[in-house]
Design a protein around this ligand. Structure first.
Ligand code: PMP
Length: 359
């Protein structure tokens, strides 16, 4: 069966070539007579896979030496809890920018961890349709942002300057979608499952200086330094995902690196935004124009009754995963790195046809 255009918000589309390599290598990993998922994580073969993925990631994302790369599990949702536990110092506060559901979940966990949360800006007044201006305060232990808001289709198009503190960034939905300027970053984290592989691996890039803030009373598996000291193998790591991450990184590198990826993503998103803008009485884009995401494009119909029809027609045209999140309604096209320009163009053409036939 031919592959469809998969606009799912995550887990999401992966490059055909990556899936083909996984298929070809699955029973016998490069002449070893075993599958990569059957091998000890402490064996020589997996050690090479692990080290190669780290080196590739550091190179592709241009990660400076001051950072460690940790392979963890539990998704961004677990990082929401681990960050305040390990990075906030007693009696101080951390800033959080509220750009939607995921930011709110991060804030909730910081409050549960008992730290003082400084409100560093919010877009709640307009159902998170824009990226708010920062409200900084002195003495923040870190400033948390969600770089791309999967549900609303907004994105920090540039990472903000956090002043005297550093950024802690949830990059779940725009991880590896553009070059990253690490200058203002203290920690960045993301699950693989949108831009970089299957679900199950959470990549954390953390400035080593933060380990000094950890408490010895924090359980061992909840401390970043445990992962740093043990090559992310204090316990059994998600070996298949680490292997797949390496394959995706190779694909990115062979495709022009993150500079090439960003250009490609901008062209792809433009096809769909142009279709929205061509029919402003018909399609109501959710995000304000200067906050538009290159990863998740969200819109409603002026006439909500057309939603079901639109989705039905999309399936007939081999497009799936377009139904929007309930917080915004309407449609959401998630167009992560592995979504082709052809897919975005097919969707934009369909949107134009649909608007013309129903207007
Ligand atoms: N943050 C953002 C921006 C997300 O899009 C998601 C998942 N959709 C999460 C956090 C939660 O990630 P996980 O399921 O990996 O915990």
């Amino acid at each position: 069966m031919p592959r469809i255009f998969n606009f799912s918000a995550g887990p999401a589309v992966l490059p055909d070539s990556v899936l083909e390599t996984i298929r070809d290598e699955l029973l016998d990993y490069r002449g070893s007579g075993m599958s990569i998922i059957e091998m000890s994580h402490r064996g020589k073969i997996f050690d090479e896979v692990y080290k190669e993925s780290l080196a590739l990631f550091r190179r592709v994302a241009n990660i400076p030496e001051r950072f460690d790369i940790l392979y963890m599990t539990g998704g961004a949702s677990t990082q929401f809890a681990l960050l305040p536990i390990n990075l906030a110092r007693p009696g101080q506060s951390a800033g959080y920018v509220n750009t939607g559901v995921w930011s709110e979940k991060a804030i909730e966990q910081a409050e549960l961890a008992g730290i003082k949360v400084h409100d560093a800006g919010s877009s709640k007044d307009k159902n998170h349709s824009y990226i708010p201006a920062l409200k900084l305060a002195p003495g923040l232990d870190y400033l948390h942002i969600t770089s791309n808001n999967t549900i609303y289709g907004t994105q920090f198009r540039e990472l903000p300057d956090p002043g005297e503190t550093k950024l802690a960034i949830d990059m779940s939905s725009d991880f590896l979608s553009r070059p990253i300027d690490w200058k203002h970053i203290g920690v960045a984290y993301a699950g693989l499952q949108k831009n970089a592989g299957p679900s199950g691996l959470t990549v954390v890039v953390i400035d080593r200086e933060y380990y000094a803030r950890e408490s010895e009373k924090t359980p061992t598996m909840f401390r970043y330094s445990t992962f740093a000291k043990n090559d992310s193998m204090y316990n059994t790591p998600p070996t298949f995902q680490i292997y797949a991450f390496g394959l995706v990184l190779k694909w990115i590198e062979s495709d022009g690196g993150l500079v090439g990826v960003e250009k490609h993503n901008a062209v792809k998103a433009q096809h769909i935004y142009d279709a929205i803008d061509a029919f402003p009485q018909f399609y109501l884009g959710h995000a304000e124009k200067n906050s538009r995401s290159l990863m998740n494009v969200t819109w409603n119909f002026a006439n909500k009754d057309l939603e079901a029809d639109f989705l039905k027609g999309a399936v007939e045209r081999k497009m799936d995963g377009l139904k929007g999140h309930r917080s915004v309604g309407g449609m959401r096209a998630s167009i992560y790195n592995a979504m082709s320009e052809a897919g975005c163009k097919a969707l934009a053409d369909y949107m134009r046809d649909f608007a013309q036939s129903r207007s």
